[in-house]
Design a protein around this ligand. Sequence first.
Ligand code: UDP
Ligand code: MG
Length: 310
Amino acid sequence: MAKYSIIVPAYNEEKSLRLFYEAVTPLMESTGETYEMIFINDGSTDKTQEILRGLAGADKRVKVCNFSRNFGQQAALLCGLEKASGDAVIAMDADLQDPPEVALQMIEKWKEGYEIVHGRRKKRTGETVFKKATAYLYYRFMRKITKMDVPKDVGDFKLYDRKVVNAILSMGEHDRLLRAQAAWVGFKQTFVEFERPERIAGETHYTLKKMVKLAEAGIFPNTDYTLTLPIKLGFFLSFISLACFIVFTVLACCGVAFGGLTAWLFPSIALAAGLILSCQGLANMHVNMIYKEVQNRPKYILSETYNFDE
Ligand code: UDP
Ligand code: MG
């Protein structure tokens, strides 16, 4: 008999947690197999912890990890993968934007032999045009420069086989985008499609700053394009300046009166300085990531857990 682990990052989800529990429990019970539901309370400041303590007190299948502060959804997912003991692990959002019945379809695919089952969003309701447009552009850009087959229109709603979980846990990087790691490890992958509904309650926690951090974690650990780009730009600018130098010398030798050069001086210098600084910035991003690896701080800190003792 298989065992499933549902892992659920939760940050200030007091309004949705009970609804989530009530929706997912009967569905998982309908499989007739065993399961655990692991909630990772990512440093919530509302009643999330209290509610989770209540759920864990009444149902031993509910397990809870409380973080000492907000470490972010990716750290919460990592904690879930580390604590899960199931043969298959399903990651879901707490706000019921990942429809629970789709998790059953994922389990069917897993039984057919697939090792990663991605939830692919056919339609996303209740999300801003800005969020949809930036997500659309980002994934296409990331696929191009990392040359990784990160599936489009796919988030963290996925089923992972035990083998995949172990492979992902063997990857040590500090800044991580789980969906990029899932693409990197390989294995037999498939999709189930679903329409992403609006949040059941509360509001999104993804501020622009958090979205940018997530975007960086998908790109910088997965490419050297950003490190080689400065070399290409450097060669390009050197070539242009050499060509200008030759043209201007020839013009001067032929006695052609050539004016307007000074007008070009400022924009040219500004362009060169801008490119140099941007390239330096890209290298700094990598240095910062290396620094974090060397520091080797924990990716999250637990303050308390419920129902993990046995
Ligand atoms: N989340 C988290 N830590 C954070 C932000 C979000 O654990 O710092 C959780 C959140 O509680 C939810 C999931 O990650 O279960 C997705 O977050 P959200 O619904 O805010 O993102 P969106 O669906 O709007 O992209
Ligand atoms: Mg959501």
